[in-house]
Design a protein around this ligand. Structure first.
Ligand SMILES: Cc1cc2nc3c(=O)[nH]c(=O)nc-3n(C[C@H](O)[C@H](O)[C@H](O)COP(=O)(O)OP(=O)(O)OC[C@H]3O[C@@H](n4cnc5c(N)ncnc54)[C@H](O)[C@@H]3O)c2cc1C
Length: 421
């Protein structure tokens, strides 16, 4: 037995075997012969999606290469590659992903499997850009699916949670390589709330971070730009003072409100830089946290954020981390929380070395009152009844799962409880 932990340390599993196949034949053999299989990417999910007591598979050593389509609009990419490796390889070929999230160590397969997204009012999650999958199925056979080839399997696999097969390659939309201008500045929350639509329309990507006890936000935009001189590598947020504030807040939670107001006062200086998109999108997030994120109808986003902040202040809850507020386009993916239309994403974090369970439960109720649906990789407490109430396509998803994996080889305790398998 090996011990396996997720990024935040909140999920610990003891798989009987942790295997890293090097070839497709080896992978097929492992899956075909196993009783139960879960596949792990970078282990960045907060929910126990990768937990298993049987076989845990990683594709980190699997052979593979990027294959660019003749029209250069899509590529087949090894599904187990980290987004860091993939985006660097694409850049070398003059290509970029259409959008990316906050960080880039996640695997391509892990990120699409959970509907991982960045920000951009007109841009969908990474799953919306996946237009084909090469999968190792429960019996070890390799199949392909796409909009016209095994369409039900494709529709389900677009946000799969690893329930249908092990993705070995994913066909993904790309753009000619581009540069981005990043701007980060402090703004009053009241102003951002008042002008949200106008601010969102002004740049390709807009988001902000807001501490529960501050009335100002860290406002961040990214927009395509011409290259400018040498690229200065850096981070959107200076983590050094924040790390100290988290430790002080842990030792003396009563100081958290003043610390947050002080940190915001010290962050007054706006910053700007221009660089290759694949270097500007991701930031370093080295301070471990636990996270819950709900996706709300865009019209409810700001009011729900304000309600969650007011709730925390009323109850003087010791929350060390800021909320993150992002925008995402609607989509048509069966189990996507964005499939009702344009979404506002609100992430609620807590320093991993402080208690989070109680606060997450209370704030989850606020998010649900705002008609929100959770990010599947982040903390939530949905039951099978909730899943069916929130997702009209859940029966199609579960029928596709039964057809692809009748014995439930790819299910684990969490997914069986979530979907009532
Ligand atoms: C610091 C941090 C920042 C984050 N930022 C963002 C963000 O900006 N936006 C956002 O939306 N989310 C974000 N997340 C969440 C993260 O993107 C998701 O948890 C994502 O799924 C992690 O990818 P992974 O490779 O670690 O997947 P894992 O957590 O390892 O796995 C996730 C799921 O994918 C499945 N899977 C993995 N590989 C395969 C495969 N080859 N075939 C089939 N299924 C597979 C697993 O079985 C599991 O169900 C963040 C998480 C952290 C810790």
């Amino acid at each position: 037995m090996t011990e396996w932990r997720n990024w935040s340390g909140s999920v610990v599993a003891g798989p009987r075997a942790f295997v890293r196949p090097k070839t497709l034949e080896e992978l097929s053999g492992v899956i075909g012969n196993a009783r139960k299989v879960r596949v792990v990417g970078a282990g960045h999910s907060f929910m126990p999606l990768c937990e298993t007591d049987d076989v845990l598979v990683s594709l980190s050593d699997l052979e593979g290469a990027v294959e660019i389509a003749p029209d250069r609009k899509t590529v087949w990419a090894p599904a187990g590659w980290g987004l860091d490796k993939l985006t660097a390889a694409l850049w070398a070929e003059g290509l970029s992903l259409i959008n990316q999230g906050d960080i880039n160590p996640q695997s391509l397969a892990g990120a699409t499997a959970t509907g991982t997204h960045g920000t951009g009012a007109e841009l969908g999650s990474l799953a919306t850009q996946a237009c084909g999958f090469r999968l190792a199925m429960a019996d070890g056979s390799i199949v392909e699916c796409g909009p016209t080839e095994r369409p039900d399997l494709y529709q389900a696999q677009r946000l799969s949670l690893g329930l249908f097969g092990v993705a070995v390659a994913i066909r993904i939309n790309v753009l000619p390589a581009y540069h981005l201008e990043e701007k980060v500045e402090r703004r009053p929350l009241a102003e951002v709330a008042e002008r949200l639509d106008e601010l969102a329309a002004a740049t390709r990507h807009m988001e902000f971070f807001v501490f529960p006890y501050s009335d100002d936000v860290i406002f961040k935009t990214l927009h395509p730009a011409e290259p400018e001189g040498a690229f200065v590598d850096g981070n959107d947020i200076d983590e050094a003072p924040f790390r100290i504030a988290c430790e002080i807040g842990k030792a003396a939670p009563v100081l958290i409100p003043s610390l947050q107001r002080l940190m915001m006062r010290l962050s007054a200086k706006p910053t700007r830089r221009v660089g290759p998109a694949y270097k500007i999108f991701p930031s370093d997030r080295t301070i471990r946290f636990e996270e819950m994120e709900y996706e709300l109808p865009r019209a409810n986003g700001m009011a729900t954020l304000k309600e969650a902040m007011a709730y925390i202040r009323r109850k003087r809850m010791p929350i060390a981390f800021p909320f993150e507020f992002r925008l995402t386009a609607g989509d048509d993916i069966w189990m996507s929380p964005f499939n009702k239309g344009p979404g506002a994403s609100i992430s609620f974090h807590q320093y991993a070395r402080m208690p989070w369970q109680g606060a997450f439960k209370e704030i989850e109720a606020v998010f649900q009152a705002g008609d929100g649906r959770p990010h599947w990789a982040k903390r939530h407490t949905l039951t099978p009844d909730d899943v069916h109430r929130l997702y009209p396509k859940a029966p199609d998803y579960l029928a596709a799962r039964k057809a692809a994996d009748p014995e439930g080889k790819f299910a684990n305790a969490h997914l069986s409880a979530l979907f009532g398998l």
